[in-house]
Each structure stands twice: as C-alpha cells, then as structure tokens.
Design a protein. Sequence first.
Length: 73
Amino acid sequence: MIELDALPPLLTPAELADLMRTTTNSLAQDRYLGRGVPFIKNGKRVLYARTAVLNYLERNMAQRTDAPRGISA
C-alpha cells in the first residue's frame, strides 16, 4: 500500500501513473483534454504537486458506482 503522506512534494508523470495504476500516456491525454490532476509545466517538464494529487483523489472518491463524482452517499 502506498503511504500518501510519504509522497514527494512534486511527482513526475511516471510516479503519478504508478500511484494511480495508469499509464503516462493516459495522464498525457488527460492533460491534453484539460481534465485529470492539475499539473505544473516548466518548459517540457511536467510535474504534479502532492497537494493537487491528494485533492484530486479526495474529490473523486465515490461510495457507489451510480453516484456523481465528488458526492458520497
């Protein structure tokens, strides 16, 4: 299990993909479409702030599959 409080202040796309069990290509697609975890872009380098990741995960928690995102029953 990943200890969320132990995450570094800034995560690379590879680190976030590992945490979220997805691919870096999926994260890139989310960035392109303007959805997903907010990111920092410095030149070609993309980073994700730990606080943004934790906020995103919290906002997208669900209790039921038919409940709208961000609303728990």
